[in-house]
Design a protein around this ligand. Structure first.
Ligand code: 48H
Length: 250
């Protein structure tokens, strides 16, 4: 029986990995913005793979604020929470509290059920380019990266790449450092109201084929952080999906 268990795992995983070596959209990071983006893309039957460097998904959500696993949402995004089946409680006239574990579970479940494929333990270490367009990601096992082993990566080609890597906007930084096509301003200090307002404007294609969303979008454009409020992350992930859907229709 043992060898059958082994064969089943290897065979089914490799089948999915091979099927996802060419996708419409490669999303880097399975935090709130990346998962939302994946959910809305997959809902439109767009082929999407999400690469997450950690063992777990959810990015900054499980820790809530200072490890208190509650997160805050604004009234404007309650319709998304309802669509995903996430419960919330009213705190004051504008703000609502949700359980971060329930939020991650519901969001991940919905994204996966729509057919967004999540590959955890994969770090995006570079991008694939053609002329002046980003058209894929270069991947290695996070364990290889952490052990600093000299092991060559693999690539996944895509029509769009989404940088949903959070505060460090890791993919945009690679493009800035290696290709010089973009210039990152860097995240500013806490100003929740402003940060939540500008994140939608900041969610955009920053060079051909690369879209920044979530905290990466604010870091890219020199906008502030906001603490454990997640309405902006949800809206930003949704907007990134809408930009791509519109572009793919052209
Ligand atoms: C693969 C990678 C790589 C890589 C990183 O940090 P996140 O939760 O990002 P967002 O933008 O969806 O949400 C931000 C939010 O969680 C937050 O931090 C807030 C609201 N902060 C406010 C404040 O004031 O501090 O998720 C990013 C994900 C993580 O899971 C990373 O492990 C992953 O991306 N990631 N995955 N390849 N190179 N780099």
């Amino acid at each position: 029986m043992e060898q059958i268990i082994t064969q089943a795992i290897i065979e089914s995983y490799l089948k999915e990995l091979i099927e996802n070596t060419e996708v419409d959209v490669a999303i880097c990071g399975a935090g709130p913005s990346g998962l939302l983006c994946g959910y809305y893309l997959a809902k439109q039957n767009i082929k999407v793979a999400i690469f997450e460097k950690h063992l777990k998904v959810g990015g900054g959500m499980p820790g809530g604020g200072i490890m208190f696993n509650k997160i805050i949402f604004q009234k404007e995004v309650l319709y998304i929470l309802e669509e995903l089946g996430i419960s919330y409680k009213n705190y004051n006239e504008d703000l609502y509290v949700a359980d971060s574990i329930e939020t991650i579970s519901a969001l991940t479940y919905k994204a996966v059920k729509q057919n967004a494929k999540i590959f955890n333990l994969f770090s995006v270490e570079d991008v694939v380019i053609r002329e002046k367009r980003i058209c894929g990601v270069v991947l290695n096992w996070t364990a290889v990266e952490q052990a600093k082993l000299h092991v060559d990566p693999i690539s996944v080609v895509s029509k769009y790449v989404v940088d949903a890597t959070g505060h460090d906007c890791e993919i945009a930084r690679i493009v800035e450092r290696k290709l010089g096509w973009i210039s990152i301003k860097g995240e500013q200090s806490m100003w929740a109201q402003k940060a939540e307002k500008v994140i939608l404007e900041n969610t955009k294609e920053v060079c051909d084929g690369l879209i920044v969303c979530g905290m990466a979008a604010n870091a890219f454009f020199g906008s502030p952080r906001m603490g454990a409020i997640f309405g902006g992350m949800f809206m930003s992930g949704k907007k990134a999906a809408e930009i791509i859907i519109k572009n793919l229709e052209k």
